[in-house]
Design a protein around this ligand. Structure first.
Ligand code: CMP
Length: 140
């Protein structure tokens, strides 16, 4: 299995509750390595651009308002089959459906305030990483 990268966001509901370390620990224990990380307060333009694929969804406005409500931590994660590994440790989008031991089952509050975002494919991971990081900010 190839070593690949994925993109992760620790969302405002988690940073607000001081869970940056707890979430990162679960990512690391799943076999992912944090090769870039920064805490930012997203602008509305950044959030709307990042989630543009969802702009026709009824929850788009709520999603953008939430993502800019407080700081987030954006990260690049590296590991064998990183996209799938991250999705496995995050758990289902809706914490009510997430498996025991996953980040969302353990920490998420609702489908909107679900603590973490993770890329859904290698292709989108590359696009999402480029949204927030320059090459010289990623140290593998
Ligand atoms: P994320 O992986 O960041 O990608 C899109 C986000 O939209 C998703 O996680 C959820 O947090 C959010 N989302 C999906 N469905 C709903 C919904 N029905 N209501 C509010 N937010 C949602």
């Amino acid at each position: 299995m190839a070593v690949t990268r994925t993109f992760s966001i620790i969302k405002p509901d988690a940073t607000r509750r001081n869970l940056t370390g707890a979430v990162t620990k679960m990512l690391e224990e799943a076999g992912l390595r944090v090769v870039a990380s920064k805490r930012i307060h997203m602008t509305r333009e950044q959030a709307e651009g990042f989630y543009a694929v969802h702009k026709e969804r009824p929850f788009f406005g709520e999603l953008v308002d939430f993502m800019i409500s407080e700081p987030v931590v954006v990260q690049v994660l590296e590991g064998e089959d990183a996209v799938q590994k991250n999705r496995d440790v995050m758990g289902a989008t809706n914490p009510a459906d997430a498996a025991e031991g996953t980040i969302r089952k353990t920490h998420a509050l609702s489908i909107g305030e679900n603590s973490v975002h993770g890329s859904d494919s290698d292709e989108n991971a590359a696009i999402e990483i480029r949204h927030f990081f320059n090459d010289d900010e990623i140290v593998g």
